[in-house]
Design a protein around this ligand. Structure first.
Ligand SMILES: CCCCCCCCCC(=O)SCCNC(=O)CCNC(=O)[C@H](O)C(C)(C)COP(=O)(O)OP(=O)(O)OC[C@H]1O[C@@H](n2cnc3c(N)ncnc32)[C@H](O)[C@@H]1OP(=O)(O)O
Length: 168
């Protein structure tokens, strides 16, 4: 698979989905495929701590992965605009296993002045689509997103106002 990592997208080290300093996290990675421009592919391998029924990925964890994949698909084409999830709708179509490398393919379907919408598919290695999702986000300045819940973020600010992970 020809692909490139999303080097320009920030990571919050303690994020449940993308962070690598969250012991319970998914440690997901996000890439763009050369054969699918405009899409983001989230890659992750669920651990036993992410299950619901034995061996089965918890639906809420799948939702988190779908949510972030669609959100990152927007940032790919709008690097200075971030969003918060307003609405997330999922269909759990097949059981999702743990311990298997899975991918979530996200794409943006609609952009307005204040919102964007997108869809995604969570797929197994054999192509089985286990979960599909659609979501709507409100576009907000990152200062407001971070500032509403925390006095400190894991970001520093470049001269052009762009946030980058602290320590980079
Ligand atoms: C590093 C890169 C990562 C990128 C991917 C990230 C993916 C993950 C993203 C998340 O998980 S974010 C966490 C989950 N989401 C949130 O925490 C959002 C919480 N909700 C809000 O902060 C506010 O509801 C929101 C900013 C969306 C809107 O607040 P506003 O103050 O701008 O709007 P207001 O409350 O005045 O309402 C304006 C209109 O929008 C409507 N509205 C507000 N929230 C809504 C909502 N959630 N869904 C539908 N409609 C909503 C509201 O009813 C009203 O309708 P009317 O004008 O008809 O009266």
């Amino acid at each position: 698979m020809a692909c490139s990592h999303l080097h320009n997208q920030p990571i919050n080290d303690e994020c449940f989905v993308c962070g690598f300093d969250n012991p319970a996290g998914l440690e997901a990675q996000f890439v763009e495929r050369d054969d699918a421009p405009g899409r983001v592919v989230g890659l992750f391998t669920p651990k036993p701590i992410h299950q619901s029924y034995p061996g089965r990925l918890h639906g809420g964890v799948a939702a988190a992965m779908c949510d972030e994949t669609i959100g990152r698909a927007f940032i790919t084409d709008h690097p200075d605009q971030w969003g918060v999830t307003m609405e997330l709708k999922l269909r759990y179509r097949k059981p999702t296993p743990i311990g298997e490398s899975l991918e979530v393919v996200g794409v943006i379907t609609k952009v307005t002045r204040r919102t964007f919408e997108g869809t995604c598919e969570l797929r197994r290695q054999d192509g089985t689509v286990c979960v599909t999702a659609e979501a709507t986000y409100m576009i907000l300045p990152v200062e407001r997103i971070v500032g509403e819940c925390s006095d400190e973020g894991s970001y520093v600010w470049e001269d052009d106002g762009r946030p980058v992970p602290a320590g980079e």
